[in-house]
Design a protein around this ligand. Structure first.
Ligand SMILES: [Fe+2]
Length: 470
């Protein structure tokens, strides 16, 4: 029989357990809290609660308007404008939002207004002009030249006699590869199996996406980062988490990469050429993971609709592939011939450039395409790239490669990284890591790139032939 003190202890334990498992706060509660703070004059403090409420219920036109009012009052005018437009988009007859548009227009110039209206229109294909809201942008969206990426089939890449595609494999042209993911076990990449297999993996987590260069990540494990997709727990003091465009960047370590392979990631031989030199250079020095993580060599990227990476070129001059596991991703790719039309990394939103501010962008001639689940995209060194997820749960696996064409510039980049007098660019150099990189440079210099690739491809073709004859 339990004593009264034991019973009391059990009740207390139960209360603690219940309160620690019910951490989800509803949008209703967040909105109430936001109003209380705003009424007490703490506008800045109320913002994160308004934003949390809107993330929880993005179609609540009143809450979206309330958020806009608060942003207008603290001087975040551009954001306020997009909230009022969204509120009217959700409820065209909502007169309060219309009045707020008119008030906002007394604080911004007509050209600023038109620009924010154009940005808002472009941000979501479902957005359109709103009745009664003037002035309207005369044009929006891309006006520079773009074309689709070449599409190459995996079968044709594996055909050594096919000279027209031979230059694509790890060459100087970007392309979409189809048919190379037919043997992947996609079920291994479901949210639940990722949590059970890799829940403790450390990830960088961007609750507001990576559309601007200045955003900084939160650090968390994959389990919590995925949970925060739907329920941005704790709210964020310093970032605007109102939109569902969270981006998770998981820098995959060696053991995790191996495990991904074991459970369903079946990479073609041309995208596995780094395995042997990574092991030769860094395993004896116990620096494999340090190399992989510091260079973002291999990543799993998980994001919501609208999340993406701002326009940039990879500093390391590396070549990359990305396998689209779930959802669709839009890619804008430009060669370095377009440098003068691109300004600085992050200046241009390639999907909707501000041609007034960056007039050279009108002369851009680039690729713009959508990579769908089951396709891979390849782009060579020195290519500008910008991405945007088009579905609520989008996932891709990316890898970096050293090739025949880029091993010399990469070697120079690593020399620069390891020269401490030049300051930190990508990573803090460490003696053993640089020792490993020196070994890599030697391996790359001596490597017979074309012959090794041909042998790898031949091996796969033989294996496939053997399998079909069984
Ligand atoms: Fe990149």
């Amino acid at each position: 029989m339990s004593s009264p003190s034991n019973t009391l202890f059990l009740i207390l334990l139960l209360v603690i357990l219940i309160s620690s498992t019910s951490s989800t706060t509803s949008g209703e509660d967040l909105h109430k809290q936001a109003l209380t703070l705003a009424k007490s004059g703490d506008l800045q403090g109320s913002l994160k609660y308004f934003r949390g409420a809107v993330r929880d219920e993005p179609t609540n036109h009143k809450w979206v308007n309330d958020l806009g009012v608060t942003e207008m009052r603290v001087g975040e005018l551009k954001k306020a404008g997009t909230r009022f437009l969204t509120s009217l988009h959700l409820s065209p007859s909502y007169s309060r939002a219309l009045k707020n548009v008119q008030q906002l227009q007394t604080f911004v110039s007509p050209s600023e207004w038109v620009h924010l209206y154009a940005e808002w229109l472009e941000a979501d294909p479902g957005h359109g002009f709103i009745e009664g809201v003037e002035p309207r942008p005369l044009s929006t969206g891309q006006r520079h030249k773009t074309k689709n990426l070449p599409v190459v089939t995996y079968e044709s890449l594996l055909d050594p006699g096919n000279e027209t595609v031979a230059e694509f494999i790890l060459g100087a042209h970007p392309y979409i590869l189809v048919g190379a993911m037919d043997h992947w076990d996609i079920s291994a990449f479901s949210e639940s199996s990722l949590v059970s297999e890799f829940g403790d993996a450390r990830v960088d987590y961007y609750p507001q996406g990576m559309k601007e260069e200045s955003v900084h990540p939160f650090f968390s494990d994959l389990r919590d980062a995925l949970k925060n997709f739907e329920d941005p727990d704790g709210l964020y003091d310093t970032v605007d988490a109102s939109s569902r465009n969270t981006y998770i960047q998981w820098n995959v370590r060696a053991a995790e990469w191996e495990r991904l392979r074991l459970i369903g990631m079946d990479l073609p031989p041309m995208f596995r050429t780094d395995d042997s030199w990574i092991s030769s250079c860094f395993s004896p020095l116990d620096r494999v993971d340090e190399f992989l993580v510091k260079t973002h060599w291999r990543m799993v990227l998980i994001g919501q609709t609208g999340a993406g990476m701002f326009n940039h070129k990879d500093t390391l001059q590396s070549t990359s592939f990305q396998a689209q596991v779930k959802g669709r991703k839009r890619w804008h790719l430009c060669s370095s011939e377009q440098d003068r039309n691109m300004y600085k990394a992050g200046d241009i939103n390639a999907f909707n450039p501000d041609y007034e501010k960056f007039p050279n962008a009108l002369d851009l001639d680039c690729f713009d395409d959508v990579v769908e689940s089951g396709m891979m995209v390849y782009y060579p060194a020195n290519y500008w790239h910008q991405t945007r997820n088009l579905d609520p749960f989008t996932m891709s696996v990316s890898g970096t490669l050293v090739t025949d064409g880029n091993n010399e510039p990469i070697s120079k980049e690593f020399d620069r990284e390891c020269d401490t007098s030049k300051g930190v660019r990508i990573f803090n150099p460490e003696e053993k890591l640089c020792e490993g990189l020196n070994k890599c440079k030697e391996i790359w210099r001596m490597k017979s790139w074309k012959e090794d690739m041909a042998a790898d491809v031949e091996k796969v073709v033989r294996m496939r032939k053997g399998a079909s004859e069984l």
